[in-house]
Every structure is written in C-alpha cells, then in structure tokens.
Design a binder for this molecule. Structure first.
Ligand SMILES: [Zn+2]
Length: 286
C-alpha cells in the first residue's frame, strides 16, 4: 500500500503504480524504466522519476517527504548547515522503512530527524512541505536564527511572500522583537543574514544592497560611511582584482571599505562588530 497523499507534484514526479498505468505506461515499460534507472522504487508503491535528489528518495523510502532543513534544500532556499535528513512522516504512518533499504524496518535513526506533529499534511507537494512549513519547522528544530536565514532567502529569491513568512514565524522572537521584524528580502545567503543580525543587535544604523557609483552594489553601508562586504564560501580568486578595484573606488568617494569572509564571521561574531566599530572610529563621519 502506498504512503503517498493526494498532493500536487513538486519538482520531481512521485507516483503510485496505478498512476503510472493511468498515464499509459504498460507493466513492461515500468519494469524497463526501473531496470534502466529512469524510475526508482523508493518503497512499496512509491515510484520516483529520475533525476531525484538522494535525500528525496531516502525520505520517500522512510515513508514521508522532505521537511525542515531538508525541504529548504529541495525548495532552493538557503540550506542550513545540518547534514541530517529531516522527514515529515505522514500522520498514522506506522510502516516506516530504513532510509537505505525499503525491505527493512526503520531502526537506525542516526542522521534522521522525524517530524510528526505540527505539520500540515495538506500543504506543499509530495516531495516536500511548503516553504512556510519548512521555515516554521526550522525555527523549532534548529532555532530562530536559522529560520530567519531561510526566510530571508525565500523573500530574496522570490519563493515566498512576506505575509507567508510572517505566519511561519508567528510566536518566535529574536532580539526581543517578533522574529519577522528581522526578515528582509535583501539577504540571499545565510552569512549575509548573520552580518545583518549582528549589526541589528549592535544597534548600528545601516543600509543593505546599496548602489555606490563606480563601485556597484555593496552588501552594507554602516552609518553612511563604512562599507561592509561579506565574501561567501563560493568566493574565489577570479574576483580578486575586481574586489580591489571596488575597494579603491570606495575610498576615493570617502567610504571606508571593510571586507570579511563568511567563515571569519561565523567563527568570531563578536570580533565582527568590534571591527565595524573600529572602522567607524577611524572615519571622520563615523
Ligand atoms: Zn528538523
């Protein structure tokens, strides 16, 4: 018996045997598809068209769909740094299977987080919960900062409306304010969100994604005079010369540019604010 629910399809097609037959696939065609690896049988009566992510096949094999941090990855949101598989297990689903072997019962749970409650079984798709549910689960499971990182990316990438994020974060607070107050559509990556939250917590006035003539768009302008650029993990040598050009043009226009790596902020968040304050102290307008 299938564990699928009558939900819309997501980015990857997930179907029951009868649904494949109803689309005109014959039994030999389905068998051939399985043999060629074009279709994967995740568990009894749950067929996944390729190419599916490994995480999706494992979640379907267990008997659910992707939730929380794993849904964020599937849905193209900022991915929290959590390697575990987060699965929304359907209500009443008692025949859970091993993530690697559909013939075995689910016993080994290391690396797997099951989400049972507080998730709407009628939202999202067969692949994953909705963006809103993912954000709400992340707030509960991984903490509100991770949820703000993901909500920021959802807005910046046009994958959710502000009102949806407001509902998703209802009841969660950050820095003694409703968490939604910290969410903006200007941070496409978690480390930009981290820098933003540190600046907000420090009470420093700043603007984000500011266009500076001859420099281009900069990540932050703090107190109108210090430019803060956060270089992500994917930043590479190809931009070295361009980064120096931007810094030089910024100085020529009276800004003090500060460039930090995402890894550095993550390791020592307190030093980041110290750095910005020192830069402000050096600037005549700071
Ligand atoms: Zn989770």
């Amino acid at each position: 018996m299938s564990t699928l629910r009558p939900l819309p399809q997501g980015a990857t097609l997930v179907e029951e045997y009868q649904e494949l037959r109803a689309q005109g696939f014959s039994r030999p065609q389905i068998e051939a598809g399985l043999a060629l690896g074009l279709i994967v049988r995740a568990r009894r009566d749950v067929y996944v068209r390729q190419t599916a992510s490994e995480a999706l096949v494992r979640a379907l094999r267990i008997g659910g769909r992707l939730a929380c941090a794993s849904a964020a990855v599937e849905l193209g949101l900022w991915a929290p740094s959590d390697d575990r598989l987060h699965v929304h297990v359907w209500d009443g689903s008692t025949r859970l299977r091993d993530a690697e072997d559909r013939r075995k019962r689910l016993v080994r749970r290391d690396g797997v987080v099951l989400h049972w409650k507080d998730l709407d079984a009628a939202d999202g798709t067969r692949c994953a919960t909705s963006v809103s549910s993912a954000v709400r689960s992340i707030a509960r499971c991984l903490g509100v900062v991770d949820a703000i990182r993901v909500a920021d990316s959802a807005l910046q990438r046009g994958l959710a409306e502000h009102s949806e994020m407001q509902r998703a974060l209802e009841g969660f607070a950050w820095n003694e304010e409703p968490a939604i107050e910290a969410v903006t559509a200007l941070c496409g990556s978690g480390y930009e969100t981290d820098a933003k939250l540190l600046l907000l917590a420090a009470g420093l006035a700043f603007e984000q994604q500011v266009h500076v003539p001859r420099v281009g768009i900069v990540d932050f302008v703090v107190c109108g005079c210090v430019i803060v650029e956060v270089d992500g993990r994917e930043h590479h040598a190809a931009t070295f010369a361009e980064d120096r050009r931007r810094d030089a043009e910024a100085i020529l226009q009276g800004y003090l540019p500060v460039r930090v790596s995402a890894a550095w902020i993550e390791r020592q968040p307190g030093r980041f604010i110290d750095l910005v304050r020192h830069a402000l102290a050096l600037h005549p307008r700071g």
